[in-house]
Design a protein around this ligand. Structure first.
Ligand SMILES: Cc1cc2nc3c(=O)[nH]c(=O)nc-3n(C[C@H](O)[C@H](O)[C@H](O)COP(=O)(O)OP(=O)(O)OC[C@H]3O[C@@H](n4cnc5c(N)ncnc54)[C@H](O)[C@@H]3O)c2cc1C
Length: 409
């Protein structure tokens, strides 16, 4: 088991510098354009694919880094480049993780390559869980999956919302209710293969930030998928449902199992690392500006009022990274999240990104408020981190309930 360390090894440094080069030379120059266009930056994803940054192999390598620092390091560098473009690059990973977590080896081998495509013909994938009436409250999900035994097909009906890459994805992973009596334990995940009739894109959202990332509704109308598209297979689902029914009978209710919570705890630090990347980017712009902008005959950083803000910004960013790295190390080495350390890292890092990007605008004064400088975009982008993958309020709820030893519903 790897000891916790703050020293990146030579391989990690090499990967970090390579990612940083791509972020600096390819993502940064394209950031403002794709933010204005509010479109998926296909040419940038293709560039990433050509050099191996947009591929399952690369993320798998980082995921299996025994120190646990591979994924946070990757997220920080890409989101330091630009959050909207970075989400377009890593968004497919959300769906891929859904398949890896629940699918059979055959399903992983069949669908993951179709999610990424190849460098000449890149594809993206979408993970569709949220619904108009089921955001934080996942158990309120209504999209139904009904088994047609005669044809060995599942029939999906419902409307998903806020899906990253929804409607433009080659492969959609859709979470649906198979047994409404069981709340969130009655859910299952399905692959919807490319060009399946009945799946369509609903409204595409015009967003406050991360505008280069496509977010849309996904409408499912009598979508028929083969039995083989149920992730994990029917036998495993039947077994799981039978266990849940037994527990419900015994008064187990709809409590989220520890295993499910552990998965969230393990994935949340990755979002924290994205937030650290955006915060660091804004801090660096503000620091440079404060050293060169002169007012009253001296650089504005000579004023304590400005210098102390920068000191606080940097301190918060470093603290956020430490929480993220700790939680990622715990996830990789199998340490139990007894105090919801994964949620802590996401909570603190996301709030840090919002605060620090706002401070950066203040330090740049009027320039900070314009689109001539990137901190305005970074501040808009940063607002997402306190919302997706569980809002800040939900993180606090999870932390508080974990500390109190109370069940998490
Ligand atoms: C850009 C973007 C991309 C996204 N990508 C995806 C994706 O790819 N796939 C996907 O499935 N989903 C995605 N989401 C959805 C995202 O995960 C949800 O927006 C999030 O879970 C919050 O749900 P909601 O928006 O319905 O807010 P709500 O759950 O309605 O919450 C509204 C407010 O009430 C608060 N609140 C709710 N319940 C409680 C409580 N018990 N205690 C205290 N406060 C509470 C919340 O914290 C929030 O402040 C995305 C969202 C956005 C904006």
């Amino acid at each position: 088991m790897a000891e916790f360390t703050l020293d990146l090894n030579d391989d990690q440094k090499q990967v970090r510098d390579w990612l940083n080069g791509f972020a600096r030379d390819v993502m940064r120059p394209a950031a403002a354009e794709w933010d204005e266009r509010e479109e998926t930056p296909w040419p940038v994803i293709q560039e990433a694919a050509k050099i191996g940054i947009y591929s399952l192999d690369f993320y798998a390598q980082q995921f299996f880094d025994p120190t646990g620092l591979g994924i946070p390091m990757t997220m920080e560098e890409l989101f330091w480049g630009d959050a909207g473009i970075a989400l377009s690059i890593v968004g497919t990973g959300l769906a891929a993780v859904g398949v890896i977590a629940n699918g059979t080896e055959e399903q992983i081998g069949t669908w993951i390559p179709q999610m990424y495509g190849d460098a000449n013909d890149v594809k993206v994938a979408a993970f569709c869980s949220s619904e108009p009436d089921a955001g934080s409250d996942v158990a309120s999900m209504r999209t139904r999956a009904v088994y047609d035994e005669a044809k060995d097909e599942w029939v999906l009906n419902g409307t998903k919302t806020w899906a990253t890459n929804g409607g433009i994805a080659n492969v959609h992973v859709v979470v649906a209710v198979v047994d409404p009596e069981l709340g969130s334990k009655g859910h299952a995940s399905f692959i919807v293969p490319p060009s399946t009739p009945g799946l369509s894109q609903g409204q595409k959202f015009k967003k406050h930030g991360i505008r280069a990332s496509h977010t849309a509704e996904v409408v499912l109308e009598d979508v028929r998928v083969p039995g083989s598209c149920l992730l994990g297979g029917k036998a495993k689902l039947d077994e799981r449902l039978a266990r849940a029914r037994e527990k419900a009978k015994a008064g187990g209710g709809d409590r989220v199992k520890n295993a499910a919570m552990a998965t969230f705890e393990a994935s949340r630090p990755a979002v924290g690392a994205m937030a650290v990347g955006t915060a660091r980017a804004a801090y660096e712009v503000a620091l440079d500006y404060a050293k060169t902008r002169e007012q009253f005959g001296r650089p504005i950083i000579d004023n304590q009022g400005v210098a102390f803000q920068l000191a606080d910004m940097r301190t918060r960013i470093d603290a956020a990274r430490l929480l993220v790295w700790r939680a990622s190390w715990m996830a990789t080495t199998g340490k139990p999240f007894t105090s919801a350390e994964g949620s802590m890292s996401k909570l603190f890092a996301s709030e840090t990104a919002k605060k620090v990007t706002g401070q950066a605008i203040q330090i740049l004064g009027g320039n900070g408020y314009t689109r001539e400088y990137p901190v305005e975009r970074m501040h808009r982008d940063a607002a997402i981190y306190t919302i997706f993958e569980g809002t800040s309020e939900i993180q606090r709820l999870v932390i508080a309930r974990t500390l109190a030893g109370m069940p998490i519903r």
